[in-house]
Design a protein around this ligand. Structure first.
Ligand SMILES: *Cc1c(COP(=O)(O)O)cnc(C)c1O
Length: 227
């Protein structure tokens, strides 16, 4: 496919997602702009991302530090106001790299990681805002705090570590209806006084918007199926 045609298709999918997200918010009685769109550009190179940047979009998500490091510094230089979210697991030895790149870290999921951020701050690095990841489905292979441990973890992050936790994020189990997981996340956020909810992906972002998402993370519905 020619690059021009490919760009046009990306833009069409992007606009479609923007419109569906706004409608889903309105249909559930929220403001049309109640949920931010985070365009998940993982596995896509700069050429695929550029049309969405050209359209004026600025919030993007990546799940790997190294991949983000390879493509985003140049794009951030080229386009002002980019807000890059880390949405994948973070190893403590990558914390410094991540802090140089990401504006929001959505995958704060364990004490060791929280302590690594505290250590970086003590060394003079300024910290971004955080979402705590919750393993709402209690899946053994999945990262995130378990629902019955997350209150204590949040207290440790906010009070002891003084991290700027703004909200919660979750990835519901594949093959399960997502609504109850979104409701659980909403419930945990409310009882902890957190206003931001990152939930919903290509297959369920409209459901998430109806359940109170303030940010949805959409990749393939914008950029196309990943190869
Ligand atoms: C890849 C990814 C997404 C986007 O998934 P799509 O199904 O492509 O929209 C959202 N959140 C996380 C954590 C991801 O890793």
């Amino acid at each position: 496919m020619s690059e021009m045609l490919e760009n046009k298709e990306t833009l069409g999918r992007f606009q479609n997602v923007v419109d569906r997200l706004a409608s889903a918010c309105v249909q559930s009685g929220r403001k049309g702009d109640a949920a931010d769109l985070i365009a998940v550009s993982k596995t896509y190179d700069a050429a695929h991302i550029r049309p969405v940047l050209e359209a004026g979009h600025r919030a993007f998500g990546e799940n790997r530090v190294q991949e983000a490091k390879d493509k985003w510094p140049a794009l951030k230089h080229e386009y002002e106001g980019v807000e890059l979210h880390l949405i994948g697991p973070l190893q403590t030895n990558k914390v410094k790299d991540a802090l140089g790149l990401f504006d929001v870290i959505q995958t704060l999921d364990r004490e060791k990681l929280a302590r690594a951020f505290v250590k970086a701050r003590a060394q003079g690095v300024s910290l971004p805002s955080f979402y705590v990841q919750v393993n709402t489905g209690c899946e053994p292979q999945k990262a995130g705090q378990l629902p019955d441990a997350v209150d204590g973890f949040l207290q440790m992050c906010r009070e002891e570590c003084q991290l700027n936790v703004v909200g919660l994020m979750c990835i519901p189990p594949v093959g399960e209806s997502a609504g109850p997981h979104f409701d659980l996340l909403t419930h945990i956020a409310a009882r902890n006084g957190l206003s931001q909810l990152s939930m919903g992906m290509s297959g369920d972002f409209e459901t998430a918007a109806a359940h109170g998402a303030t940010a949805v993370r959409v990749g393939s519905a914008i950029f196309g199926q990943r190869g």
